[in-house]
Design a protein around this ligand. Structure first.
Ligand SMILES: [Zn+2]
Ligand SMILES: [Zn+2]
Length: 185
């Protein structure tokens, strides 16, 4: 009688062991694939190697609860989605920047307008040689290299005339001699 019981117990424990082994194997497989999935998913969402390893470790140590935590805390966007969004934003910004407005009244203007129809502010001037439209401060045409004759509209000559003033004045000489003195001392 005790012998029979022992055999039965042995058989039972054998079946139990087999079941446990299968469950454990399946569980381990799922556990490992969760870790790999998490690592890959995090790699698609972050360039930070530390974050990638940390996410995999959290799932590795905490298993399914860790996986749930990862799903809750992971970055919303993948890097590809981030990149796409950045591109879209940049395109949108460029579109906004490219929309010209009149400096006088703020009304939208077009690239080829010479003056604002609302407030009559001068926007562009035609090249004296090829008639392409130039920005008002430009003194040379980027299309035909023709130097524009100076007109009152071209106000950006100040730095150049200042420089030539310095050249002609003895001031520049004194500053040089001052430098020489300090070097000698
Ligand atoms: Zn205007
Ligand atoms: Zn020109």
């Amino acid at each position: 009688m005790p012998f029979n019981l022992f055999v039965d117990f042995q058989r039972l424990s054998g079946v139990l062991l087999a079941v446990v082994a299968v469950v454990a194997a399946a569980g381990t497989a799922i556990w490992i694939s969760l870790i790999i999935w998490t690592y890959r998913d995090m790699r698609a969402r972050s360039r930070d190697v530390f974050a990638q390893v940390l996410a995999a470790l959290v799932v590795g140590f905490l298993s399914i609860p860790g996986f749930l935590v990862y799903l809750i805390l992971r970055p919303n966007e993948t890097l590809a989605e981030q990149y796409e969004r950045a591109l879209e934003e940049e395109a949108l910004l460029q579109e906004i920047e490219e929309k010209k407005v009149c400096p006088g009244c703020g009304h939208p203007t077009k690239e080829n307008w010479r003056l604002c129809p609302h407030c009559h502010t001068k926007l562009k001037k035609p090249c004296e040689n090829c008639m392409e439209l130039l920005d008002l401060p430009w003194s040379i045409c980027p299309y035909c290299e023709h130097h524009q004759s100076e007109r009152p509209s071209a106000t950006r000559r100040a730095p150049r005339s200042e420089a030539s003033q310095y050249d002609s004045l003895p001031y520049s000489d004194t500053s040089v001699s001052f430098l020489d003195d300090s070097e000698q001392a």
